[in-house]
Design a protein around this ligand. Sequence first.
Ligand code: ZN
Length: 198
Amino acid sequence: MDYYGSELSRLIDELSLLPGIGRKSAQRLAFHLIGLPEEKVEKLASTMVSARKNIRYCKECFTLTDKDICPICASKDRDHRTIMVVEDTRDLAAYEKTGKYNGVYHVLHGAISPMLGIGPGDIRLKELMRRLEKDVDEVIIATNNSLEGETTAMYISKLIKPTGIKCSRIASGVPVGGDLEYVDEVTLLRALEGRVEL
Ligand code: ZN
């Protein structure tokens, strides 16, 4: 029975489509929103719409940004000859938080997973190889220590081998299966400093 009425039910339905939000959380959020002053809800909604409209992929490293070229790729202070390959923008943010990495990034937006039917063509690998045609000294592969992350690292290292560019993998101080964004900064730094050449 639709005891909430259609408007409230629709709101709960939409919210429950968000990741990690079950039916109960969706209800809680819906009631919270209804209880807010109208202008607060309008601000939230317009922020979401504008973010969706304006945020795109950096043309260089494919991280999410609201400019053609992200601030990291645009910076003259960064070492553009060292590229760290990560699975997604959140991993990039995790490394940026350490404040100790001065190179640039390449965001794959996923990892190779035969089980899920995700192949090399489904992530930003071609784009990475294109970047390697320019002057690059080292590629640091910082994909997750999951099966998919390891598979992707192996695949990339094989692609890079013939180019003669130095290719390294972050040390396995990162817990197996642990997403990089949940790993603390000290562990990340140790993994970066202890990287091994492939
Ligand atoms: Zn960029």
